[in-house]
Design a protein around this ligand. Structure first.
Ligand code: AMP
Ligand code: GLY
Length: 423
């Protein structure tokens, strides 16, 4: 089969590597890809939201299957674009249609979905500019901290957690009336604060059947001890030690099953990955958010643990035969540590030469923000390279990732040395 992966991060490198290892893969393309995907696939310089250019590539390269990495094209309707085009219609797309992608594209939609299907989540109300005064009253009825969420996509920055009531009111006003997050904050969801420990659960579905992938936990803050600004993710581990089988049974019966059944009841076709952001509160799981794609950097620990042929799994998802797949998972733990550009997640420089990646032997090197320039691999983003290792437990795996990290260099490189500190 000829397969096209859309995206350019560590997630897409990890997915592409697994696809490249399948005997079912003939040709593999990544658009736009990075320096890492260039070594295992053909990169195509086309953006993930340029649907007309994607169509041209799909027809020119006789693509048989498209795997969508990031949320943007899904929320923008790339799957619907395929279904509405006579030539593209027969080609399966892994990733939900626009209607279901609203689970990530609109926090209000996601909350209403959870309420409708009795899926445990934080209590909430949503507000617009017209109901600002009601929003203030709702804030007054809550205890701090106050959780304010822009309804729409805001590149991971649309959630504010505030201790002070007056500050919460000011921010609410700025989100609703001054477009703090652009049109994304024209509606704001205010939520009850949940106190617990977070983890990520990944589900594959064909719309009726589902399979649960290994759990993972990512580290979002830039600083050690989970301090400082939020990032796209500084590393991850899988499995999550506190997600034991009793806990995961609750996750499956209270959350995963009602989610897949809810999608069906609501007539929301869904072929793809469901990323359920969970929080464990007093031993029980609640949903923090849905995403309609894999997580990054969680993919860099989850997908390497998959022993089954990923292409077979993806084809079963597209064909509605996921029930016939027996997922084989590597028992070992996996960890990934992300090397980032100096200054990230604030301003940082690009095009720093990356050296040493080819000397790393005990780990898998996934490229996130890299590109080829004059035959050299240079930095091209905030998150640059994720180094994934296996071990009998996460500590052993982490030690390997850190040893491998010592062989990697670029100007300004930074990584967290305390992953797993909270476990
Ligand atoms: P989200 O974009 O919805 O995942 O929110 C971003 C982050 O904010 C989450 O990963 C949590 O750490 C935090 N968060 C979101 N909602 C809540 C909540 N209701 N209670 C506590 N923390 C939350
Ligand atoms: N690692 C969190 C995310 O991908 O959204």
């Amino acid at each position: 089969m000829n397969i096209l992966v859309l995206g350019s991060g560590g997630r897409e490198h990890a997915i592409a590597l697994k696809i490249s290892q399948s005997p079912k893969t003939s040709k593999l393309f990544v658009a736009p890809g990075n320096a890492g995907t260039a070594a295992i696939a053909t990169n195509i310089p086309v953006g993930v939201n340029d649907f007309d250019a994607i169509k041209e590539v799909v027809l020119r390269e006789s693509i048989d299957l498209v795997v969508v990495g990031p949320e943007d094209p899904l929320v923008n309707g790339v799957h619907d674009f395929f279904l509405n085009d006579a030539e593209l219609k027969p080609i399966p797309v892994i990733g939900p249609q626009k209607a279901a992608a609203a689970l990530e594209g609109s926090k209000e939609f996601a909350k209403e979905f959870m309420m409708r299907h009795n899926i445990p989540t934080a209590a909430y109300e949503s507000f617009t500019g017209e109901s600002l005064e009601k929003g203030y009253a709702f804030l007054e009825s809550l205890k701090p901290p106050y959780v304010l969420k822009a309804d729409g996509l805001a590149a991971g920055k649309g959630v504010l957690i505030l201790q002070d009531l007056e500050e919460a009111k000011t921010e609410l006003k700025s989100m609703l009336l001054d477009s703090k997050f652009g049109s994304a904050s024209a509606t704001v969801v205010i939520e009850e604060f949940l106190d617990g420990i977070e983890l990520s659960c990944f589900v594959l579905t064909d719309g009726s059947n589902y399979k649960i992938l290994p759990t993972a936990k990512d580290y979002k803050r830039i600083g050690e001890g989970d301090t400082g600004l939020n990032t796209g993710g500084m590393g991850a581990i899988s499995p999550v030690p506190f997600a034991d089988s009793d806990f995961m049974d609750m996750v499956e019966s209270r959350i995963v099953k009602p989610t897949v059944e809810g999608l069906k009841k609501d007539n929301l076709p869904y072929v793809g990955f469901v990323f359920i952001g969970l929080i464990k509160v007093d031993g029980e799981p609640k949903v923090i958010e849905y995403n309609v794609r894999m997580g990054d950097p969680e993919t860099e620990v989850v997908i390497p643990r998959l022993k089954s042929d990923l292409v077979e799994v993806l084809v079963a998802m597209a064909n509605g035969t996921l029930d016939q797949i027996d997922l084989q998972i590597d028992e070992r733990a996996a960890t990934t540590v992300m090397a980032v550009s100096g200054g990230y997640p604030e301003a940082y420089e690009k095009e720093k030469e990356i050296i040493g990646a080819d000397t790393i032997e005990d780990s898998i090197v996934f490229h996130a923000g890299t590109k080829l320039q004059d035959g050299k691999v240079v930095t091209n983003g905030g998150r640059v390279i994720a180094i994934t290792s296996f071990g009998k437990d996460f500590k052993e795996a982490l030690q390997k990732s850190y040893q491998s990290m010592e062989k990697l260099h670029f100007d300004g490189m930074y990584y967290r040395k305390d992953l797993g500190f909270d476990l």
